[in-house]
Write a protein that binds this ligand. Structure first.
Ligand SMILES: [Zn+2]
Ligand SMILES: [Zn+2]
Length: 96
């Protein structure tokens, strides 16, 4: 399975709609449950999807003092996400 079954009723009669932000909204045609999915990125250079995400760019902590002590402190990314291709080692960023 490719992970597109309905999480509510298990039906695979699911329709996807791409959003401007890059996510896909999936709607189950059986029970009308809808959920968002972030598509797996693929490398813009070699086209493989053997890609790892390695951290957000320009991470901004809610409380900068807490962020100095604890890198897992709550916050949000300002600059989008960064990816790296395991095949050709290309790296690129994606704005949200
Ligand atoms: Zn369903
Ligand atoms: Zn690549």
């Amino acid at each position: 399975m490719d992970g597109l079954d309905c999480p509510s009723c298990g039906s695979d009669d699911v329709r996807g709609e791409r959003n401007p932000g890059g996510t896909i909204t999936l709607t189950c045609q059986s029970c009308r449950t809808s959920w968002d999915r972030v598509p797996r990125p693929s490398c813009p250079r070699c086209g493989k999807s053997d890609v790892e995400e390695y951290g957000a760019q320009e991470w901004e902590y809610d409380d900068p003092a807490a962020g100095e002590k604890d890198p897992e402190a709550p916050g949000r990314a300002r600059g989008g996400r960064t990816f790296r291709c395991r095949r050709c080692h290309n790296t690129w960023g994606q704005a949200r």
